[in-house]
Design a protein around this ligand. Structure first.
Ligand SMILES: Nc1ncnc2c1ncn2[C@@H]1O[C@H](COP(=O)(O)OP(=O)(O)O)[C@@H](O)[C@H]1O
Ligand SMILES: [Mg+2]
Length: 373
């Protein structure tokens, strides 16, 4: 999957943009507030249907615009157009793929994205939801029936929770939704477990290239008792779940446990070490995707020099480079990311500049060849 062309309008402070990114590394350089993160945000909205900065997509629409339109052409025979549009009047994000109205899952499948930004670097210390999202991204892209199983699980869970919030328990209705939840929740668990079995070795191999942490382990925790079926856990948990007003155990509580020896990794690793572990997790996702499906994912990397020191930045970029993924990497200073790349890697440098009107403008520069050191 390669983005051949991007055309954005009405996106934050960026004026109308239309350009052809490099199939390899795209360096986006510009001062603070020029619109670098907004550019990544636009690509993220296109591929994920949501921003990574706000829950409210209307905040992403430029103040002086009535709508935001984001378009990409993906390489292929024939090329695949992807577009989303969000106007101020409607709360819906309109999505189109190949000229047809599309659902979110189709968009996500068409444009597999990995985001590496300051929030992503807090994956280990953050709430389980972030790690579950990371896990499910991988399972979704590798296992075809995951999305359906996950959707049915969510629906059954929603119904069970609604029943639990009633004063009187409707046991017949509960039993029906529990059966559905158990069926699909167990399937979600199987698919997550199968994916983990292939992901862990790729992660370990990637981590080794970044940092030596032989005692580090990555384990999947499914969200309910290992010894018992989900059906049993739901049935036996009815009374306490009713008291709490929600389902306490199940696949919605799954997590990734990252430990160093006997300790949770966040308790013992330095901030810098944690960032390297997160980098390895993120890069391993793309490597496994390529190995299992032959597809490459697109990396959005925001302000890398602010997060990793020069040596680790170099290792990170080299790994990204060997994966031959398309990447958009932002930086305030060009120097911080210069001299890292090998001469055969396609690379384009973009400067994001403030224009007189105050809108950021992307000025594509000619391809720059760096010599290897
Ligand atoms: N909805 C919007 N419309 C217009 N400008 C916006 C909007 N939201 C934020 N901005 C402005 O866009 C600029 C771009 O910010 P950002 O993309 O974070 O820049 P960078 O990552 O280069 O530091 C900021 O100056 C911000 O004030
Ligand atoms: Mg920024």
């Amino acid at each position: 999957m390669l983005v051949e062309r991007l055309a954005f309008s009405g996106l934050r402070n960026l004026g109308a943009l239309d350009f052809s990114p490099s199939p390899g590394i795209n360096l986006i350089v510009g001062p603070n507030g020029s619109g670098k993160t907004s550019l990544l945000e636009g690509i993220h909205v296109l591929g994920m249907g949501r921003s990574f900065r706000t829950r409210q997509l209307k905040n992403v629409i430029a103040h002086d615009a009535s709508a935001m339109t984001l378009f990409a052409r993906l390489q292929g025979e024939p090329a695949l157009p992807v577009g989303v549009r969000r106007s101020r009047e409607t709360s819906e994000l309109e999505m189109r793929l190949g000229g047809e109205v599309a659902r979110l899952a189709q968009l996500i499948e068409a444009l597999p994205l990995q985001l590496v930004n300051p929030d992503a670097f807090r994956l280990l210390e953050g709430a389980p939801a972030g790690r579950r999202e990371f896990l499910d991204w991988g399972v979704f892209h590798v296992k075809h029936d995951f999305f359906d199983a996950w959707r049915r699980t969510r629906r059954a869970l929603k119904h069970r929770n609604a029943l639990l919030r009633r004063d009187r328990m409707d046991t017949d209705a509960l039993a029906a939704w529990e059966k559905e939840l158990a069926l699909w929740g167990e399937r979600v668990d199987v698919l997550r477990r199968e994916w983990m079995a292939v992901f862990v070795p790729v992660f370990e191999e990637t981590l080794k290239r970044m940092i030596e942490l032989p005692e580090l382990t990555l384990r999947y925790s499914r969200g309910w008792d290992k010894q018992r079926s989900l059906q049993e856990v739901l049935e036996q948990g009815r009374t306490t779940d009713h008291q709490m007003g929600f389902t306490q155990n199940g696949p919605q509580r799954a997590d990734l446990r990252i430990r160093l020896g006997r300790h949770p990794a966040v308790e013992v690793l330095s901030r810098g070490q944690q960032k390297l572990v997160v980098s390895a997790l993120k890069l391993a996702q793309g490597r496994l995707l390529e190995r299992t499906t032959g597809r490459r994912c697109l990396y959005l990397v925001d302000d890398l020099p602010a997060e990793l020191d020069a040596d680790h930045r170099r290792v990170f970029c080299r790994l990204l480079e060997t994966m031959q993924c398309q990447a958009f990497i932002t930086s305030v200073e060009h120097d911080a990311l210069a001299g890292i790349w090998q001469s055969h890697t396609p690379l384009t440098l973009f400067h994001v500049k403030h224009s007189d009107a105050g809108a950021g403008q992307l000025v594509p520069q000619a391809r720059i060849d760096f010599t290897t050191e």
